[in-house]
Design a protein around this ligand. Structure first.
Ligand SMILES: C[S@@+](CC[C@H](N)C(=O)[O-])C[C@H]1O[C@@H](n2cnc3c(N)ncnc32)[C@H](O)[C@@H]1O
Length: 309
């Protein structure tokens, strides 16, 4: 049986990002969309949507940092074939898939992570009881809520307003009043030096510059008091953190994606995980997906560091 995965987003959807985020997402840093590639994606007007794409391309161009703006503008002016443009668009949309999901379809993202349980034993390593903690890349608060139940104060920082709005609703309905929402990113944490006892980041921070990198780690070190802890939950590249003085630990147990119904699992797998996940559901007829079947480590490992200054 052949499985078709529908394209989730189109180029027009980039209009959802604000200027600050466009500047971060299309930049000459590792993990971001290369500006020349973005320029090729917008290189030739498509007659039926000319005005929108031209307006959007100009908005993007204005938002970019000077070096990125020059590369974007140059590449936009060059003649490309329809195939080259389509390929640039497809690569760019792939690179931005998760960001577009957070900004454009946050409810879909919520449905995905509702089935994706992360081991909260990591919070013990962050020593969060009674502490002031930063949840960096907090999203819609999968970690923020358990953290807020244990900490004195939590700063939940994220660049995506739609996810912060979801988190705000959850805080209202749970009555938790010790969480402050912050718009920010790893490389620009809007907190003073030595202002938190713990930084926690789950499935968000990574070595690439667009996901924090060295500059983001320096920000975490800056805002954490001496003796405080930085805990990276479910790290993508544990070796990088170990190379930066972190310890790596895997908590015991077993975790898998578990969805309320098979239909839910099917829909979410189709949108986010593609053929391997769908085949697995067809084989088992159970609303559960083991992480290993998707080639992903179970979310029960962490990298942690005690801050010394
Ligand atoms: C996979 S989600 C994880 C969200 C949350 N920590 C959780 O476990 O549910 C990744 C989050 O990182 C945020 N993010 C992406 N790039 C970021 C950056 N440069 N600085 C801070 N947060 C970022 C996204 O907006 C998104 O909320």
């Amino acid at each position: 049986m052949s499985i078709e995965i529908a394209a989730a987003f189109s180029l027009d959807d980039l209009a959802v990002f604000d200027e600050t985020r466009l500047r971060e997402l299309i930049a000459n840093v590792s993990g971001a969309v290369p500006p020349a590639l973005a320029g090729r994606a917008f290189a030739t007007d498509q007659p039926d949507r000319k005005a929108l794409l031209a307006d959007l391309a100009e908005r993007i161009e204005r938002a970019l940092a000077p070096d990125a703006r020059a590369a974007f503008a140059l590449s936009r002016q060059q003649t490309v074939t329809a195939g080259e443009r389509a390929s640039a668009q497809s690569t760019m949309l792939d690179l931005l898939f998760w960001e577009l999901t957070y900004w454009k379809t946050p409810d879909e993202y919520e449905r995905l992570i509702a089935g994706e349980q992360v081991h909260m034993g990591a919070l013990d390593f962050a020593r969060v009881d009674g502490a002031v903690a930063l949840d960096a890349g907090a999203g819609a608060g999968r970690v923020t809520l358990p953290l807020a139940r244990r900490a004195h104060t939590v700063y939940a920082m994220d660049p995506a307003p739609p996810l912060l709005r979801l988190l705000e609703c959850k805080l209202t309905s749970t009555g938790l009043r010790n969480v402050h929402l912050l718009r920010g990113a790893f490389r620009r944490v809007p907190l003073p030096d030595d202002s938190v006892d713990a930084v926690v980041s789950c499935s968000a921070f990574g070595p690439q510059e667009a996901r924090g990198g060295q500059c983001g780690l320096d920000e975490f070190l800056r805002v954490t008091r001496p003796g405080g802890r930085i805990v990276i939950m479910w790290p993508e590249d544990p070796a990088w953190f170990v190379g930066h003085g972190f310890q790596y630990t895997t908590l015991p147990g077993h975790l898998s994606y578990t969805f309320p119904t098979l239909e839910d699992a099917w829909e979410i797998a189709t949108r986010f995980y593609g053929a391997a996940a769908i085949q697995r559901l067809e084989a088992t007829h159970r609303p559960e997906l083991p992480f290993h079947a998707l080639g992903v480590r179970e979310p029960r490992d962490l990298c942690w560091l005690t801050v010394r200054k």
